[in-house]
Design a protein. Structure first.
Length: 416
């Protein structure tokens, strides 16, 4: 028996050129939470002419230093280093964990190129783990992939959801392997009394334009490991004893002459833009989570719609709605996406041949040397099956009643 959605989609006629009185809010259209506080902060720093984080001021009197301290206070973590990007934050976390060329780093097959690229920057080899039906790291496959060459596990909280991080941590501890959280997509999300990024040994974050803190580019890494933090500081570019500025009670124990300098620093302007947003972070997350319930309600009317679920209670920052529709072939999945777009909802799929999506592992040819795209898909068959059929709708904190109404109307028209 045909599903109701399948039958409706087969007969649905896509019509363009509708006017909904605006466009779906996304960062690339300038729909971001940047206000007077951030603008005034940036102006203040530029006017001061002090744009470099390391000068003759004490670190607690610099914008970057205050931002780092604010993050530590918020997340109840000992050490934070602001960086030039989320990719550099992940790279520094890996290096701080002791990853060297030739090592293996295990990571999820559902992620973004920056995560894989960070592994490659260290000279290590990425080893990909299958994901389950909710696109979270498959713990049983993780156990199978750990070898004597495994130096770290890099867990990605992809598209704002956390997998079974506490059981992953148990696996890592049992194998004596550090867990690094790529918590870029979940900045500001708490699981009980812990923020994502503080559960493992290291947490890496981004402040790129579509993240919970937006400085255009930027990021930061957090840890409670002092010796690893010293190493991270040196690698990031604290040259000529500048690393000592980060500590009041001691000088660093490492010889900086033994460490390369990668210039992964954050500058004063970006830190000034970030600081007011730290204070607003929890309110931003709360708004995302309130809005999410409206989208869940609209989709819950359809038995064929399966909404992605987090791997732990409360593990969803709610900045995207990911779901799949049972019974649809490749053509109809793409048609559903295009139909929703025609009705005013900005959405995409991770698979399909109609457009390129950087989140699809079969597009990471550089990470699978010697394999064709088809062979890459076959190397992770479960992941391909689950990722290929997923539909993704970005949910900005600027979404309001108008967008919710557009979504409800679009769902009724497209899905029946």
């Amino acid at each position: 028996m045909k599903g109701k959605i399948l039958e409706h989609l087969q007969n649905y006629e896509i019509k363009g050129d509708r006017d909904y009185g605006g466009s779906w809010p996304t960062y690339d259209k300038g729909a971001v939470l940047i206000g007077k506080d951030e603008i005034d902060s940036a102006k203040r720093v530029v006017s001061s002419k002090r744009l470099f984080r390391y000068d003759n001021r004490s670190i607690e009197n610099t914008e970057v230093g205050v931002f780092e301290n604010d993050v530590c206070q918020l997340m109840n973590i000992k050490y934070c280093l602001a960086t030039s990007s989320g990719t550099s934050a992940i790279t520094l976390a890996l290096m701080g964990a002791g990853v060297i060329p030739g090592d293996e780093v295990i990571c999820s097959s559902f992620g973004f190129p920056s995560t894989v690229s960070a592994i490659l920057l260290t000279g290590a080899k990425p080893v990909f783990v299958e994901v389950n039906e909710n696109l979270h790291l498959d713990i049983e496959d993780l156990k199978k992939k750990i070898t004597s060459h495994t130096r770290a596990v890099l867990m990605i909280h992809m598209r704002g959801q956390v997998g079974d991080v506490f059981n992953v941590l148990k696996v890592c501890k049992a194998a004596n392997i550090p867990l690094i959280e790529d918590a870029v997509p979940t900045l500001g999300l708490r699981l009980g009394n812990q923020f994502t990024g503080t559960i493992g040994d290291f947490g890496a974050f981004s402040t790129q334009s579509d993240k919970s803190i937006n400085t255009g580019e930027g990021g930061f890494v957090v840890t409670n490991d002092r010796k690893a933090f010293e190493k991270i500081i040196l690698l990031s570019g604290a040259y000529e004893t500048r690393a000592n500025a980060h500590f009041r009670d001691h000088k660093i124990s490492l010889d900086e002459r033994k460490y390369p300098l990668f210039n992964f620093r954050m500058d004063e302007v970006r830190a000034a833009i970030a600081r007011p947003q730290v204070q607003k972070l929890l309110d931003r997350v709360a708004k995302l989570q309130r809005n999410y319930s409206f989208f869940v309600d609209a989709l819950s009317n359809y038995t064929e719609v399966v909404i992605r679920e987090p791997g732990v209670q409360g593990g969803n920052i709610c900045d995207s709605m990911i779901f799949h529709i049972e019974g649809l072939d490749d053509y109809l999945i793409t048609k559903a996406v295009e139909a929703l777009r025609s009705e005013g909802v900005d959405c995409r799929r991770f698979g399909g041949s109609s457009e390129f999506n950087a989140r699809s592992f079969w597009n990471w040819h550089y990470a699978f040397p010697g394999l064709s795209e088809n062979d890459i898909k076959k190397s992770l068959p479960a992941s391909y099956q689950y990722i290929n059929k997923a539909i993704d709708i970005p949910l900005s904190p600027l979404i309001g009643e108008k967008e919710i109404a557009i979504f409800n109307r679009a769902i009724r028209k497209v899905l029946g």
